[in-house]
Design a protein around this ligand. Structure first.
Ligand code: PHE
Length: 451
């Protein structure tokens, strides 16, 4: 799976329908409520051999790699905290789709979901999207598994098949997603995505085309770089045009008329052809979303074989960071009033100019160790650092590695940048955290310290 933002079921209908929560539209876009308090943890490790999440137990096995730190973030629901910047972006996108895309009876065309459980089966996250069993994106090193069959979703695409199967033809899903990753200002192991899917019947797709009734979405021809085997080229070209236009419009709605956009071809296992949108920001092209024409096999497996469709996915933190000038992804998790106050709008379209909270100085410490001959994964180290130092760690980078000429042992040296978002850290507190990290790496990762 090409995963966005590197800037990259049914256990069936009843199960999912319990979690579905169709959000109703706030007609005027006015915001009256105040921000709700952060929720308490929904996870507990009651049994040492099972993980409890949203009241359900998941027995641990050799796939389990979800950490207490990550579990403590599940259920925080930043997207549903009024006046949170991610909530604000969500509301702006919803508003755009609700006002511009109406059904024949003038109801919103797209259904919006923002409360689906992030706990999904590996079948939902991968197989339902035709991701092969040996695909690199399933790696334990990149995902948070509860056990062999359940995980924290790595993308909101995990819901595509089920929502189509539930009978929807146009929907948006907003949700928190979980990926093991490096640590820096723009990567955090939990971030938020929006997924969109729209399906068309033959009639809907060609309704506004001259002689449309003579055109078809399906044919017997062969697969080419521009289209799948069963699709006609005219159907795909029309769909691609509609898809790109829809996304150009939503981005222009968010960023304003002067936005420069370019499209590049890419690859996702569940869409063909696939595209990425890049936008120009401060002279640099940044990737902001992925999309494509959905694999017909996926649509067919969900029982909508008479339709053709497209899907798109975008990372919300990235958009919010660009739009509001938020310099560090950890700020989205901050409880600092000085951060939130800035998003206290009376109307969702109100302009916001974010004043960066004054930066407190960083403290930098290095750590070096010999890695074991087998079984060492860099992401295990990053998780361990996060578990011990939490949000005090701003960045971890591998600054040096070498192989000893005689013993052939490999040494890694990482530089850890500590910084508190709200105050100056003292040398002593960082020292004791750094010592705990040294101890942890030896005990948990089997490395040989060079401290
Ligand atoms: N799920 C993809 C990712 O996380 C994004 C995507 C969604 C791509 C929908 C195409 C269609 O990278």
């Amino acid at each position: 799976m090409k995963i966005l933002c590197k800037f990259s079921s049914f256990p069936q209908f009843q199960k999912i329908s319990q979690c579905f929560h169709l959000q109703s539209r706030n007609a005027s876009g006015n915001v009256k409520q105040t921000r709700s308090k952060t929720s308490t943890s929904v996870a507990s490790a009651a049994h040492s051999d099972a993980i409890e999440l949203f009241g359900k137990f998941y027995s641990r096995d050799d796939y389990t790699n979800v950490t207490p730190k990550i579990l403590s973030l599940v259920g925080k629901s930043l997207l549903n905290q009024i006046n949170h910047p991610l909530w604000l972006i969500k509301e702006r996108i919803k508003d755009h789709f609700y006002t511009h895309y109406l059904s024949r009876y003038r109801n919103p065309l797209f259904s919006v979901y923002d409360n689906l459980s992030p706990v999904v089966s590996t079948e939902q996250n991968f197989d339902s999207l035709l991701i092969p069993p040996d695909h690199a994106s399933r790696k334990k090193g990149d995902n948070f598994y509860l056990n062999q069959t359940n995980m924290l979703r790595a993308h909101t695409s995990a819901h595509q098949r089920d929502l189509i199967q539930a009978g929807l033809n146009a929907f948006l899903v907003f949700g928190d997603v979980y990926r093991r990753d490096e640590i820096d200002k723009s990567h955090y192991p939990v971030f938020h995505q929006m997924e969109g899917v729209r399906l068309f019947t033959n009639h809907e797709l060609f309704a506004n085309v001259k002689n449309g009734e003579e055109l078809d979405i399906f044919e017997k021809g062969s697969r080419t770089p521009c289209k799948q085997q069963s699709h006609t080229l005219e159907a795909v070209k029309l769909l691609e045009f509609d898809l790109k236009q829809t996304l150009n419009k939503v981005m222009t709605h968010l960023f304003g008329k002067g936005l420069e956009i370019r499209w590049v071809d890419c690859y996702f296992p569940f869409t063909h052809p696939s595209f990425e949108m890049e936008i120009k920001f401060q002279g640099e092209w940044l990737e902001v979303l992925g999309c494509g024409i959905m694999e017909q096999q996926l649509i067919n497996s969900a029982g909508a074989q008479d339709r053709i469709g497209y899907a798109f996915g975008l990372g919300l933190e990235r958009l919010a960071m660009i739009l509001f000038g938020i310099p560090d992804i950890r700020l989205f998790w901050s409880e600092d009033e000085r951060f939130f106050k800035q998003f206290q709008v009376t109307h969702i379209d109100q302009n916001i100019t974010f004043q960066p909270i004054s930066k407190y100085p960083p403290l930098i410490n290095d750590i070096s160790f010999w890695i074991p001959r087998e079984g060492y994964e860099e992401n295990d180290f990053y998780d361990l650092v996060r578990n011990i130092a939490g949000d005090l760690v701003e960045k971890v980078s591998l600054i040096d590695q070498f192989t000893h000429p005689k013993t052939e042992k490999i040494s890694h040296c990482y530089r850890i940048t500590y910084r508190h978002m709200e105050r100056t850290l003292t040398q002593e507190e960082v020292c004791s955290i750094h010592r705990a990290i040294e101890k942890g790496t030896v005990e948990k990762l089997g490395v040989e310290g060079r401290f």
